[in-house]
Design a binder for this molecule. Structure first.
Ligand code: DON
Length: 596
């Protein structure tokens, strides 16, 4: 048996993987779940998780668990956890695989935010691996010669939108602080899959097909995603030797190879020479990149502490505000329209504050404590007394320790991004949301991975009626995010690990899933599967084809405009219960939870 399989709690999973390797090619059995790691029996573990998910049941485990957006990544992380690795080790391995098999969502060319609960010390930490604007970027980056904002995709596609990636540095920093498994070995699953090939999933194939036009604009993206002019297809085996080479450099030399070596040079060249839309990124920007540790943001809710990521993400503050405003109300059941009025209008109030006040706190004095102060939330909460939709929603006046006048922001988010939730056998918990922003990011590919378009998360306008917007572009600044990696604590111990993609809808997705679990008692699979109803700016989005459609008429009667539409979350959740771990993976995406 593999030496790493000595860890007592890991033996069963290792037996499965080891036995499986001797049996049959995983690809022959269950292509969606196969990896270079495991064969027949490992595929069975994936198949079992997929069956539970299809039946709407949570995965149960005693020791460790990972819930992530793709079965290959789940298996890579599970193998590390089974061998006694920590959640930080498993994240490195899973992220390296995600960058290959779900390249449209996250990867080495993107950024991420990470929450870590440390079982030994009981301390919760948060790390900011957000992309940064180049030093040559200025508030007019996304404006035309007359000062008008660019059209969204004119800004996205090409070099202008690319910020300095943070994910590689975040992987290394998390591993340096909390890893146990040797760094280089954590890339072996991804390298193996990149060299031997992985099976293209239905989701990736469909997204490539839908994006063929933009992907064709970059020679490397075109050659990889549209070989011989045809989009890669579902079920096809795809190899990515360039990605394997980038991973080998990272594994062998650490992230210096990424930020100062040949990879950095290739990124800068690609961005600056992008046809039609070159950017201003330089090797100095790459070399200056740093992970920032930020204080986690925690808000009390019915005896729990809901903890999340502070600025430059709005995720922790906005989810915390919503929960803090809702605490005064009895949330009944998900079938009651009035419950959704409360959730929807609490979200609208939090979005009004988000648009006015939240940006990179290294550049803008954000009233972080003021926004979640209990007096302030109580006062905002009273606005929800009902019984009809709020007609006027505007930013409140949280307490500031300084004087500042800011205008409301506008920024647009469209689908991509991924979330990883992990609990390891030592009791550590990790919640990380990871992104390249838009699906396929800037569409520029270097070294087998895509570069982000994260800078379009800045406001394209810098001022409104002469008043500056907090989230305007500035040199070296990090764009405001909605990513909301969340860890819920009770008596200082983790109870829920959760997060989602979804652009600015991440915030209501996470808040409603917390309500589903904490108030309505839904297990993680039922909670992430619950049909979506979200309201950020006034119109109520209701998930098409679900039972939530029956709430459209009562919500309209309360005064809401209603839009029935697809709502593509990617919630990955683990609950720590008195008897073990329960995991769920969003049925709207391809992920699974695996545990032992
Ligand atoms: O940081 C953010 O908030 C966005 N760039 C996340 C984008 C996203 O979730 C797209 N989702 N489906």
């Amino acid at each position: 048996m593999n030496l790493k399989c000595k860890h007592a709690l890991a033996v069963l999973f290792c037996l499965i993987v080891t036995f499986g390797n001797a049996q049959q090619s995983a690809d022959e059995v269950a292509p969606e779940g196969s990896t270079a790691l495991g064969g027949y029996a490992a595929s069975l573990a994936v198949a079992a998780a997929q069956t539970l998910k299809a039946e709407g049941l949570p995965v149960e485990a005693q020791s460790w668990m990972i819930s992530v957006a793709n079965p290959y990544a789940a298996q890579a992380g599970a193998a590390v956890l089974a061998a006694g690795g920590t959640a930080a080790d498993a994240m490195v391995s899973a992220q390296a695989v995600l960058g290959l098999v779900e390249p449209q969502s996250s990867g080495l060319g993107g950024g991420a935010f990470l929450l870590w609960y440390d079982a030994e010390t009981g301390v919760l930490s948060s790390l900011d691996g957000r992309e940064t604007a180049p030093l040559k970027a200025n508030p007019t980056l996304f404006q035309d010669a007359s000062g008008a904002p660019l059209k969204f995709f004119d800004a996205v596609v090409g070099g202008r939108s690319v910020g300095v990636p943070g994910t590689p540095a975040l992987m290394q920093e998390a591993h340096r602080r909390w890893g146990k498994t040797p760094w280089a070995g954590l890339f072996s699953s991804a390298v193996g899959l990149a060299e031997d090939g992985f099976i293209v999933s239905p989701r990736l194939a469909e997204m490539v097909r839908a994006d063929a036009d933009f992907l064709s604009r970059d020679a490397e993206s075109r050659a990889y995603f549209l070989p011989e002019g045809q989009p890669v297809s579902q079920g096809q085996k795809l190899v990515n030797p360039a990605y394997a080479q980038s991973l080998r450099a990272l594994a062998g030399k650490g992230v210096a190879a990424f930020y100062t070596g040949d990879i950095a040079k290739a990124i800068v060249e690609k961005v600056r020479n992008a046809e039609h839309n070159p950017g201003v990124l330089s090797d100095i920007d790459m070399g200056l990149y740093q992970i920032r540790e930020r204080p986690p943001v925690c808000v009390g809710y019915r005896g729990y502490e809901i903890c999340g990521m502070g600025p430059p993400s709005s995720g922790g503050l906005s989810v915390g505000q919503i929960m803090g405003m809702l605490e005064a109300y009895n949330l009944g059941a998900p079938t009651e329209a009035d419950v959704w009025r409360l959730l929807g209008d609490a979200t609208r109030l939090s979005f009004a504050d988000r648009g006015r006040y939240i940006a990179d706190s290294d550049y803008v004095p954000v009233p972080t404590q003021g926004l979640i102060a209990s007096d302030y939330l109580r006062q905002r909460s009273k606005l929800l007394a009902g019984p009809r939709a709020l007609t006027e929603v505007s930013a409140g006046q949280p307490e500031f320790d300084h004087s500042l006048d800011l205008a409301d922001d506008e920024a647009i988010d469209l689908p991509s991004t991924s979330h990883i939730s992990i609990v390891d056998s030592y009791g550590n918990a990790l919640s990380m949301t990871t992104t390249i922003e838009n699906a396929f990011g800037s569409r520029l590919m270097v070294g087998g991975f895509l570069l982000n378009n994260e800078l379009t998360d800045f406001s394209f306008r810098s001022h409104r009626n002469g008043t500056p917007i907090a989230n305007r572009v500035e040199p070296g600044k990090r764009p405001r995010s909605s990513m909301a990696p969340t860890i819920v604590l009770k008596d200082g111990h983790p109870k829920v690990i959760l997060g989602s993609p979804g652009g600015s809808r991440i915030i209501p997705y996470v808040a409603k899933t917390l309500v589903a679990h904490l108030d309505w008692g839904l297990d993680p699979q039922a909670a992430v599967s619950l049909p979506h109803l979200v309201n950020r700016f006034g119109a109520y989005d209701i998930e098409a084809g679900t039972s939530a459609e029956t709430l459209a008429a009562p919500l309209e009667q309360m005064g809401y405009e209603v839009a029935i539409r697809g709502l593509n979350s990617g919630l990955h959740m683990i609950a720590v219960t008195d008897s073990g771990l329960l995991g769920g993976a969003d049925p709207r995406r391809e992920g699974i939870a695996l545990g032992e």
